[in-house]
Design a protein. Structure first.
Length: 295
């Protein structure tokens, strides 16, 4: 990795950590999820970067991929477990971080997931199997009385690529994947007091361009061109599109693009039986261990 690339990763991480702490202060009962997401995304832009993906604000059993759609009236209630997942990029170099706030009594799970993240970061060094990171998460989770979610994981990051090849498990999963110096990783434990598994829900609010495909509707063709030009390979929000076209036209176009395999839909993910907490940092693997860019 060149010094210029390293500096862009560091810059993205620093500004995103600042955004995270500003947004953390806003998470309280009565606040609308839509206001929280749009505030976070605007703060990223104000600091000179761009969102690497739509801000996720997920409540209670919802684990991931809930980015409030346009017109969403959901507000945080007393007792909610609120997960906020943020991404920013500088010239395609990505930082990814997340935190959880418990607005009621269930604060133990927040401390547990933060502890699991720190234990996972401690074991990162060149040459280790990614399963060692998963084992650190799983051991910390069990010591705190919670379970890791087995079908959610962290991932490696590349330029313009949110998932660039490596999967970072949250349990001791046997794998032949090893990390090396220069790898950039998003380590993100998800803990639960439920079943330890998430399931797809019908709702989709986040998408990603996959490939050019022939489609019938003229408006779908134009939308695909716009998505490719503006967002490239990075995920985008449904609500980002409604600023330029009606909701009906957008829904018809997205449906056709999904059916054609031109875009990928990220279904909302829900834990089978319990609440979920998430914590996440981005790290750059070094010869001595790792550098956390999102502290």
């Amino acid at each position: 990795m060149t010094e210029d690339e390293l500096e862009k990763y560091r810059r993205a991480g620093k500004l995103l950590s600042e955004v995270r702490e500003e947004v953390r202060k806003l998470v309280k009962p009565g606040v609308a999820l839509l206001d929280l997401a749009e505030t976070a995304e605007e703060l990223i832009r104000q600091k000179g970067a761009k969102p690497a993906f739509p801000c996720n604000v997920s409540l209670n059993q919802i684990a991931a991929h809930y980015s409030p759609p346009a017109g969403d009236t959901t507000v945080i209630k007393e007792g909610d477990i609120v997960k906020v997942d943020l991404g920013a990029h500088v010239d395609g170099y990505i930082a990814d971080t997340a935190f959880t706030v418990a607005t009621g009594e269930k604060k133990e799970i927040v401390g547990a997931v933060e502890k699991a993240l720190e234990e996972a970061i401690k074991v990162v060094r060149p040459g280790i199997n990614v399963s060692e990171i998963g084992k650190a998460v799983e051991d910390a989770a069990k010591a705190s009385g919670f379970k890791p979610i087995r079908n959610l994981s962290g991932h490696s990051l590349g330029r313009w690529t949110l998932h660039s090849g490596l999967t970072i498990p949250n349990f001791d999963e046997k794998t032949d994947q090893k990390i090396k110096a220069g790898d950039v990783l998003a380590i993100e434990p998800f803990l639960t007091d439920g079943a330890g598994l998430v399931e797809d829900q019908p709702q989709v609010y986040i998408y990603r361009y996959m490939r050019d495909r022939p489609v019938r509707l003229r408006m779908a063709k134009k939308l695909l061109l716009d998505i490719k030009r503006i967002y490239g390979s990075l995920p985008f929000a449904e609500r980002w599109l409604t600023k330029n076209m009606s909701k009906l036209r957008m829904e018809l176009s997205l449906r056709e693009l999904i059916g054609a395999g031109a875009i990928y839909p990220y279904h909302v993910l829900k834990e089978r039986a319990g609440v979920v907490a998430q914590a996440e940092h981005t790290v750059i693997v070094t010869e001595e261990g790792c550098e956390v860019t999102t502290r």
